[in-house]
Write a protein that binds this ligand. Structure first.
Ligand code: SF4
Length: 92
């Protein structure tokens, strides 16, 4: 159910790159696997998506906490955000 809420959020906040999102042609549920479930199907779709970089950037900037975005899981995005913060702190 939480996944469906996130999908609704996506639809209510369209951004330009989403018009080319490959996931629009896939089952939305695969992008919100249950805890411990496989994200392989979603990642396969993302791997062929031409707006993957934009999607990942959007998810990082908006702190998307649920689902597969830009081919990354929640845990991977948290790690990416931490790495960015660390890098920023090291140059300032
Ligand atoms: S990278 Fe994945 S989640 Fe993002 S728009 Fe493309 S298919 Fe959808």
């Amino acid at each position: 159910m939480q996944g469906m809420q996130r999908i609704t959020t996506r639809l209510l906040q369209p951004v330009e790159w989403q018009g080319a999102a490959r996931c629009a042609e896939a089952e939305p549920e695969i992008f919100f696997p249950e805890r411990g479930g496989s994200s392989k199907a979603a990642r396969a779709v993302c791997s062929k998506c031409q707006v993957r970089a934009e999607c990942l950037e959007y998810a990082l900037n908006n702190k998307e906490q649920f689902g597969i975005w830009g081919g990354t899981s929640e845990r991977e995005r948290r790690r990416l955000r931490r790495e960015r913060v660390r890098r920023l702190r090291s140059v300032s």
